[in-house]
Design a protein around this ligand. Structure first.
Ligand SMILES: Cc1cc2nc3c(=O)[nH]c(=O)nc-3n(C[C@H](O)[C@H](O)[C@H](O)COP(=O)(O)O)c2cc1C
Length: 188
């Protein structure tokens, strides 16, 4: 069974979680999904101690917080879906901390080999109010580590709360992205 890891970046259960629910519904059953909220974990920023560069077979991070468990989950996942609202033209600080700390996996020997990464983003503005920059960041990271980037689902000018939950078009598109990820995984 394929393992899906979802790392949610929003500090609240809001728009991005709603869209993520639909993406996961589109992905369907028969996958093992582990869904975590970065804001509920104790994950500190990277201190650049570069301890990680000394160990090639594991993350070898110099800090000991909830990221240690997340490293194992990231290594084991077939697909990791990062989700975030756009905050000031970037990902949330909570998700950026996860990404920066993931550097400890990039310095190892193919620790993420075979993994795929994808993105779910909601934005108050249009695609060029920061969502584009988050996509560029993740594409570049995937290229740097040599893993497949499986694409992104961006809901720009995203309505909030009940207005979003009632929006059948946004739901349909999010489910379609989930199905696309599923096909993508099957073709692995
Ligand atoms: C602190 C903050 C900064 C934001 N900055 C941006 C931004 O730079 N560009 C944008 O398109 N939307 C921005 N937004 C709007 C959010 O991305 C949008 O409302 C999103 O859907 C919220 O998702 P959530 O409910 O999952 O947190 C910002 C919202 C907040 C609270």
């Amino acid at each position: 069974m394929k393992r899906i890891l979802v790392i949610e970046g929003s500090p609240r259960v809001g728009n991005t979680s709603t869209v993520t629910d639909w993406v996961l519904a589109g992905l369907g059953r028969g996958v093992k999904t582990d869904r975590l909220r970065a804001s509920e974990l104790d994950i500190h920023g990277c201190r650049e101690c570069l301890e990680c560069e000394k160990s090639k077979k594991s993350a070898g991070c110099g800090q000991s917080d909830d990221m240690l468990e997340l490293y194992d989950k990231m290594v084991d996942a077939d697909l990791t879906i990062f989700t975030t609202p756009v905050f000031c033209w970037g990902a949330t600080a909570q998700l950026k901390a996860v990404l920066d700390r993931s550097f400890a996996l990039f310095t190892g020997e193919d620790l993420l080999k075979g993994n795929r990464w994808a993105l779910v983003i909601t934005a108050g503005g249009d695609h060029y109010d920061g969502a584009d920059l988050i996509v560029a960041m993740f594409k570049n990271v995937c290229r740097f580590i040599g893993i497949k980037y499986s694409g992104q689902h961006v809901v720009a000018e995203c309505p909030s709360g009940a207005r979003l939950r009632r929006d059948k078009d946004i739901e349909k598109q999010a489910r379609a992205f989930g199905r696309e990820l599923r096909r993508n995984l099957a073709g692995k």
